[in-house]
Design a protein around this ligand. Structure first.
Ligand code: HEC
Length: 133
């Protein structure tokens, strides 16, 4: 074999190894995402995960007493009474009805919640309502 052929063969080998390791790390990533987010959680369970996790809502909202924001029970009660949709508020498509005078504090979070999927927003809504039970 000429030197040139050997070099081409080596280059080819190196390339195909690299591709394989990239593919397997993609697969790992996929599996991790499934474990973290999907795993067929009930909507309110998915909502709880987001509320305490990437949403970080828990830093301002507690179940039964006011923290920086209103309690989840108060939010759930008012949304139930007015037959309003929390998911719509979190998409930035409806007005604050719980404590409009403090809306500016909540508004900053809508930048984040607007990036959530409908399934995630439905989950948050279900989780907030579940605190009334
Ligand atoms: C920095 C503190 C803070 C964080 C973080 C925060 N909130 Fe709020 N939230 C507030 C305050 C203050 C209000 C009261 C103002 C208002 O009613 O809009 C509020 C109000 C709300 C309301 C009632 C809105 C209405 O109709 O008046 C909902 C629903 C809500 N938050 C959900 C969430 C969710 C879900 C998250 C996480 C993605 C979150 N909040 C994160 C401070 C926060």
């Amino acid at each position: 074999m000429s030197k040139k052929l050997v070099l081409i063969a080596l280059a080819f080998l190196a390339f195909s190894c690299k591709k394989e390791s990239q593919e397997s790390s993609n697969k790992e990533e996929e599996q991790n995402t499934v474990v973290a987010e999907d795993k067929e959680l009930a909507p309110e369970e998915l909502g709880k995960v987001i509320f305490e996790g990437k949403g970080n809502c828990i830093s301002c909202h507690k179940t039964d007493e006011k923290l920086i924001g209103p309690s989840l029970q108060e939010i759930a009660k008012i949304y139930q009474e007015k037959d309003a949709k929390i998911a719509t508020f979190l998409k930035g498509e409806s007005e604050a009805i719980v404590d409009p005078s403090q809306f500016a504090v909540m508004q900053a979070n809508l930048t984040l919640t607007k990036t959530f999927s409908d399934k995630e927003l439905q989950g948050l809504e279900a989780y907030i309502h579940s605190n009334l039970k």
